[in-house]
Design a protein around this ligand. Sequence first.
Ligand code: ATP
Ligand code: MG
Length: 420
Amino acid sequence: MFITALDLGSSTIKGVIAQQRKDGSVVFVKTIKKESKGIKRGDIQYPNETVKALSDVLNEIRHFEKKALKNLVIGLSSTKTGFHLSRAAVSIPRPDFEIIQEDVERVLQESTAVNIPPGWQILHSLPREFVIDGIEVDDTDVVGLSGKKLEVNVVLITAFSSVYKNFLKVSQLLFGKKAGLAGTLVFTPLASERAVLTKNQRELGVAMVDIGFGTTSIVVYQDGRMLLSKVLPIGAGNITNDIAIGLKCSVSVAEKIKRSYGCAYARDISVKEKIDLSEYDENLSSNISRRYVAEIIEARVREIFSLVDAELKGIAKAGKLPAGAVLVGGGARLSGIVDIARDELRFPAQVGFPNTEEYETSHGSVADNLDAPEMVGACGLIFTKTDTTSKHRPSIFPSQQKEEYGSWIKKIFAIVKASE
Ligand SMILES: Nc1ncnc2c1ncn2[C@@H]1O[C@H](COP(=O)(O)OP(=O)(O)OP(=O)(O)O)[C@@H](O)[C@H]1O
Ligand SMILES: [Mg+2]
C-alpha cells in the first residue's frame, strides 16, 4: 500500500511517498518539493491557485506511481485553529465492569460534546489520558481493564469554517472529476511533533517550534501530555521582507542574501565583513556590511522567539522546559538561530530532523532529501497513517471516531467514494 503525504506550506508543498509492506514495515520511496500557491499564513486563500500548484504535484505523483494517489494525507498549519481541553465520563453498565471498545467510543464521543463557538468545528480529538474510578491510567489502550467509571481528558483541535470550506473546495476541484483519489486533512503541527520529538523529550518538557515562511507553529509537551498547540502569523518570510526593506533590494535578492550570508547572531559577524550585492543586481552596492544584515535578521528572529515565549508564559512554562526547544521548518536552517532561541527562551535549543532511523529509504537521495528540518511535517503525516500501533502516541484520527469529525470530512469521503 502506498501513502502520500503533502504538507501544504505557505511557500512550498513538501511531499513524501511511502510504501507500507504487508508486514507493516515502511519504505520512503520519493520526496517532492514544489512552490505552493494561494496559501497565506498557512491558510488556503485562493483555492484556484492552490489547485494549480497541487495539480502539478499530483501529476508528478501519478507519473511515479498511480496507486500513490489513492491514499493522500494533506497537512495544513492554519492560524485559524484552536486548542481546547475537554473531559468526559461514562459509567460501565455491565456486571463484570470490564471496559470494552464501545465504552471507549462512548466516552470519546461525549468528550466532543463541548461548546465550540459558532463557525468553528472540531478537526482532531486526541485522548490525552484515561482515568478509571479516579485512577489515572498510563496507557491509551484501556480495553480489557475494569472499573465502574471511565473518564477521559482529550485535546480538541478546532478550525474556523473558512479553513475546511477552502480545503473542501480544493478537494472538490482536484478530486471531483478524477477517479481513484482519496484524501484526509490533518493539522500539520500534530504530525510534525510525531516525527521529531522523542518520548523522553515529551516526558521532560519540550517545545517544538516550526518556523515556516508565513507561520511559526508551536507544540508543547510535559509529563507526556500535550499542553499547547498554536500557530502564530509570523515566519521566516518576514525576515526576508525586512532584508529587502533594509537593503532596498528585491525580495528574491533578499532571499538569496539570507540563505548565503544570513546569520541570526549578529555578534558572530565581524564588522569588517562585506557583501557584494552587485553579483545579484548590478544596480546594487558592492559594499554592504554583513553585520548590518545580521542585525536586521536578529531583530526579527528575537521577535519570533519573544512571541513563542509569550505563549509559554500563558501556560506557565516560560523558561521551564528541561528538554528545551526543537526548531524545525525551513527557518530553522538559518545560521545562529539556535543561539537566539536559547537567549530568548532561556532553555536549551536544537535543530530537529525527522526521526526516520527505524524506516528504510529506497534510494540515498530520498534519505538525503528527508534529512531536513522542513521535511518533518510531511514525514509526520506519513506516520499518522503508519504508526497506529503505538499506545503512547494516540492516533490523530482514532478509527472509531472517523465519522465524528464533522460534515466536511464526511463530504470529502463522499466525494472520494463517488469518484471511485
Ligand atoms: N538555508 C536557509 N537559510 C535560511 N532560511 C531558509 C533556508 N532554507 C529555507 N529557508 C526559509 O524557510 C522558509 C520556508 O520554510 P518552510 O518550507 O518550512 O515554510 P512553509 O511550510 O512553506 O510555510 P508555513 O509553514 O509558514 O506555511 C522560507 O522563508 C525560507 O527563506
Ligand atoms: Mg510549514
